[in-house]
Design a protein around this ligand. Structure first.
Ligand SMILES: [Zn+2]
Ligand SMILES: [Zn+2]
Length: 761
């Protein structure tokens, strides 16, 4: 594969090579172990018929824990056969006890559908799997409750339908042996907090019916899977992380497209767009006859990448090959999906460009090459996507093409962050008071909450929230506990962030396209915004805040939009603080005032800055959590940053730090925000804040506080490793900066961060 990489690089001078690093990941032989004795013969036979002759060690290790009644998380690579880890104990239980039940939770309906297919194909006698989701007809629901012994659903259904009507599921809960939580790294941020509390509600209901199920979780490779799985379930969890499945050797190259002569904001240089570079590489790999999948961030981007590849091939007179390249769209019917997957697996299609959103829904592995156009948001996703390449024994190539973004720059220049031990943890905070409030109401409506229940829901944090719910009249306090007395059910949107969502409506047909969280409406559906929904592109004509509606029309322009926000921040309460010489660090509750003041347009095909348009929207208030650090001006004076130099240095450091936090926590840079100031009224010194963009906090700022030294070290290196002269989108410029990226001092930021790091060490 090295020679293939050399051919891709042909024509570039060694000193101008876009390839910043090549990692050779050796072939891994795979370790088989015998079946555990408790696996019934008939199950072995069915698995053998499906091609599983002998299991891999990690599958058996995890299955043994589960069979022995210990909850377990298996965190190994894509295509390592994680499903066998829960299928073995689950199916064995159903075979030996016809009354036993298994509950399987997936983050998406498509994934639950794939699992159902796999169970049906095994056709183990006596096993009656069935999905239970929003599409299940009413008459079928009764059958599922009464007869299915392996029920596949999602946390939304559990929250909205199953738990509130637990009496109808009484016999199911009485016999529930295993709860499987698949792709559990998908539960992060506010959604993760909600799901963790839904799982606690599930455990409480099970306990009422006299059962204590064992949890089996499957996760992508993340840092501390044991910790996050334990936090998700609230029970002690064992972890199995050593992947014993075989994999061919992989050549993994980091790739940074060159700066172009195009100019961005403040005349900053612009890098060749990752999508365009990916299109060119896709064409080259197709010419080589390699089955290649390219992951791109947006559907428009995926289409442009496929088009770019087709154009390159057509220009070379290779029309037959151009016809074997295709974009892969969201919204495909299951049959259409399988047709594309089959065509790619057989080689009928050679090149496919898909969006990151399809990562979970795509059933394709064993490819010759994978291109990642831009960091997919988390390292877990990066490895999921990279894992599509390579069959047992066959070598493969993975190319990570960096986008114009500080984190991508950092990764392109710091291979250890990609190939070393993962530092990114799956982060969410079950103690978020806003999430707790809704979830405690739901729990009380299912069955009155007893004081003894509170430990499972966070103890003192839950008690404080309950007091407030009683004061507000939402719950009633009686000697025995807390009661929900209203006639209608409590409402809690587990995928939302609170507040009435804004409806996105097609202005011509009046059709409802989707909804946007109240808190995100100003940044996502302001007038002129390009709004993506399930891969389709719309442009917003009007945002009516009183009616909570955005009117849009279908249009897919060659630009994306990015809202610019002005932010004010005030410290409400400091939960943790420490100081080191002239530097002090804090974490706590803050009030943030945000105002969207305009938006800018960026050309998708080139990354070029087009223009900026002002907007007139009201400010919004947000109570959330933040991490901050301060430095005395005297110490800054000593390293040559006088009062006039501090605003640019601190501002540049803040932007880059926001870009780098997703390396340590599973957040998107849009989930967090920042403020930097040369003199903050609450601290009296130069201060940099980074806050969670969701009410009550989602755990990201806290993770930043806990990993501050590593985070700021990475931030400084990201700025240092960008070759631009005075700051660009790859290092210190931010597309959402409300101050139009002014002032920004790239060199000053390095000095500023170095000073902070010297004292923190
Ligand atoms: Zn730069
Ligand atoms: Zn800014």
């Amino acid at each position: 594969m090295r020679s293939l990489l050399d051919r891709l690089l042909a024509g570039t001078a060694p000193d101008a090579s876009p390839c910043t690093h090549v990692e050779e990941l050796p072939a891994r032989p795979g370790t088989r172990v015998p079946w555990p004795e408790w696996v019934p013969d008939i199950l072995r036979e069915r698995l053998a018929a499906a091609g599983v002759i002998e299991p891999w060690r990690h599958q058996v290790d995890a299955a043994e824990f589960a069979h022995g009644g210990e909850s377990v998380v298996v965190a190994t690579g894509t295509a390592s056969g994680k499903s066998l880890a829960y299928q073995l104990p689950g199916l064995a239980a159903l075979l030996t006890d016809d009354r036993a039940r298994v509950l399987y939770l997936a983050p998406t309906k498509a994934l639950a559908g794939d699992q159902l297919r796999s169970l049906l194909e095994l056709s183990v006698p006596g096993v009656r799997p069935a999905t239970f989701d929003g599409d299940t007809p009413q008459d079928e629901r009764d059958w599922v409750r009464a007869h299915a012994n392996w029920v596949l659903t999602n946390p939304d259904m559990l929250h909205r339908t199953v738990l509130p009507s637990h009496e109808r599921w009484a016999s199911f809960f009485r016999r529930l042996r295993y709860v499987v939580i698949d792709e559990c790294h998908a539960y992060r941020g506010l959604f993760g907090a909600h799901v963790s509390l839904v799982v606690r509600r599930l455990r409480r209901i099970c306990a009422v019916y006299g059962c204590t199920p064992t949890f089996v979780l499957a996760s992508a490779t993340v840092a501390e899977p044991q910790v996050s799985a334990g936090r998700l379930t609230g029970v002690p969890v064992r972890a199995v992380t050593a992947d014993a499945s075989p994999h061919g050797a992989t050549t993994f190259a980091l790739w940074e497209p060159p700066l172009t002569s195009l100019r961005g904001e403040h005349d900053a240089p612009v890098r060749r767009a990752a999508g365009a570079e990916a299109g060119r590489l896709l064409a080259d790999l197709v010419v080589e006859g390699r089955r290649t999948l390219a992951f791109v961030r947006s559907r428009r981007g995926a289409e442009l990448t496929a088009l770019t590849a087709q154009r390159h091939l057509a220009e070379a007179g290779l029309d037959e090959l151009a016809a074997r390249v295709s974009p892969y769209r969201a919204g495909y019917l299951p049959e259409e999906r399988r047709a594309v997957e089959a065509a790619l697996s057989s080689g009928a299609l050679l090149g496919v460009a898909a969006t990151n959103a399809l990562e979970l829904g795509l059933d394709v592995t064993g490819l010759d090459a994978v291109i990642l156009a831009g960091f997919p948001g988390t390292l877990a996703s990066l490895w999921q996507q990279a894992g599509r390449a390579g069959r047992a024994g066959a070598p493969s190539l993975v190319l990570f093409v960096a986008r114009d973004d500080p984190l991508d720059t950092y990764l392109a220049h710091h291979p250890a962050a990609v190939f070393g031990r993962p530092v990114e943890a799956n982060v969410f905070d079950p103690a978020n008071p806003y999430v707790l409030a809704g979830q405690l109401c739901c729990a009380a409506a299912e069955l009155p909450l007893r004081p003894a229940d509170l430990d499972a829901f966070g103890g003192p944090a839950a008690e404080a929230v309950l007091d407030e719910l009683v004061a507000r009249g939402a719950l009633r306090r009686r000697p025995a506990g807390w009661y929900w007395t209203a006639r209608e059910r409590p409402r809690a949107d587990i995928r939302g962030a609170g507040g009435a969502p804004v409806a996105v409506v097609d202005g011509t047909s009046g059709a409802l396209i989707g909804t946007v969280d109240a808190g995100a409406a100003h940044t996502q559906v302001h007038p002129g915004a390009v709004y993506l929904h399930q891969g389709r592109s719309y442009v917003v004509d009007e945002l009516d805040l009183d009616a909570a509606a955005a009117l849009v029309h279908a249009e897919a322009p060659d630009w994306s939009t990015s809202a610019r926000e002005l932010t004010d921040i005030a410290i409400v309460e400091t939960s943790r603080s420490r100081s080191a010489g002239p530097v002090s660090v804090g974490f706590g509750t803050v009030d943030v005032a945000n105002q969207v003041v305009g938006y800018l347009r960026l050309r998708i095909s080139t990354g070029e800055f087009m223009d900026e348009t002002p907007l007139d929207l009201p400010a919004r208030e947000l109570r959330t959590r933040a991490v901050w650090y301060t430095i005395d001006q005297d110490a800054l004076d000593e390293v040559g940053l006088d009062a006039s130099a501090v605003p640019g240095a601190a501002h540049a450091a803040e932007h880059a730090a926001i870009g780098l936090l997703p390396l340590f926590a599973t957040c998107d840079r849009w989930d967090i925000g920042g403020v930097s100031t040369a003199l903050h009224p609450d601290t009296g010194t130069p201060t940099v804040f980074v806050y969670d963009g969701h009410p009550g906090g989602a755990g990201f700022a806290e993770r930043g506080h806990d990993r501050l030294l590593d985070w700021l070290t990475a931030t400084r290196s990201a700025i240092e490793s960008c070759e631009c002269a005075a700051g660009c989108p790859s290092c210190v410029q931010s597309p959402k900066c409300g101050n139009g990226n002014e002032p920004l001092d790239k060199r000053g930021a390095i000095t500023f961060l170095e000073l902070v790091l010297t004292h923190l060490r």
